[in-house]
Design a protein around this ligand. Structure first.
Ligand SMILES: NC(=O)c1ccc[n+]([C@@H]2O[C@H](COP(=O)([O-])OP(=O)(O)OC[C@H]3O[C@@H](n4cnc5c(N)ncnc54)[C@H](O)[C@@H]3O)[C@@H](O)[C@H]2O)c1
Length: 252
């Protein structure tokens, strides 16, 4: 199995892409520490993994709370003594132009889409270096490589996230620590519920996706999970500092 005996930590694993990523890593042999701001959701993901015979633990982790991050890293260290994979996945989307969005929305986007990844990575690098390497996957978005409309906080913070990933990758490549940005396009999860409302319902959103995306459909979480497995495992052993876009062709 691709991740046999590996220890993985996933944030925002209580739903959507984070959950599917945690599941596929467990199916491939990893012991996955499943975390989410909503502890109940983290537990539900853990139960799903355990029901398939996978190895996992769950914990409540709000990535915007520095104390939660240090607690979880201490827990990993105490229980396992090392971390092989970090999937730092949590993020938010606050829509609007620069005139429409208030500064709180901009600050919140920066706090979770950039600062929280910085704090998580900063907290695990020592452990990974000590163990001789690791793989860090940071969920950005294809909005980190292209420009949307009326999404100034999202596009700015996701571009910054990709830039930070590239810089950290360059700084730590010699320690065999690989750092890549996962850049999904439209994936069918509750993350897009605000758009569905904004566009006037599910049908309108499906119309938009089928006209705007070259592959004329949403991606699903299983398709992104495959990308997560690739980035987490030795299948991508010579790949670091990349924005890995999986978006049905939208960024072309
Ligand atoms: N779904 C998409 O179309 C899409 C596309 C591109 C990028 N993304 C990125 O993927 C991530 C989430 O997407 P998803 O589709 O998995 O969403 P989702 O709505 O299915 O799940 C989000 C999860 O994040 C958790 N969460 C929210 N704030 C948190 C915090 N502060 N700390 C810890 N957990 C928190 C929620 O409790 C929830 O379980 C974001 O970074 C988003 O930018 C999603």
């Amino acid at each position: 199995m691709l991740l046999e005996n590996k220890i993985a930590l996933v944030t925002a694993a209580g739903s959507g892409i984070g959950q599917a990523g945690a599941q596929i890593m467990a199916r491939n042999g990893a012991m996955v520490l499943v975390t989410d701001r909503d502890g109940q959701r983290a537990d539900e993901t853990a139960k799903m993994i355990q029901a398939e015979g996978g190895l996992c633990e769950s914990a409540c982790l709000d990535v915007t709370a520095d104390s939660d991050i240090s607690n979880i890293v201490e827990k990993v260290m105490a229980s396992h003594g090392r971390l092989d994979v970090l999937h730092s996945h949590a993020g938010i989307q606050v829509e609007g132009t620069v005139e429409q969005i208030d500064v709180d929305g901009f600050d919140a986007s920066w706090a979770i889409n950039v600062r929280a990844h910085f704090m998580l990575i900063k907290s695990v690098l020592g452990m990974m270096r000590e163990a001789g390497g690791g793989s860090i996957i940071v969920t950005a978005s294809n909005s980190g490589v292209l420009y949307d409309r009326e999404m100034v906080a999202y596009a700015t913070s996701k571009h910054a996230c990709v830039a930070m990933v590239k810089q950290i990758a360059a700084d730590y490549a010699a320690h065999n620590i690989r750092v890549n940005a996962l850049c999904p396009g439209w994936i069918d999860t509750p993350f897009n519920d605000p758009f569905t409302r904004q566009m006037g319902g599910r049908e309108a959103l499906l119309d938009y996706v089928s006209s705007a995306i070259p592959m004329r459909r949403f991606g699903n979480v299983e398709e992104i999970a495959e990308a997560i497995l690739f980035l987490a495992s030795s299948k991508s052993s010579f790949m670091t500092g990349q924005a890995f876009v999986v978006d049905g062709g939208e960024a072309i």
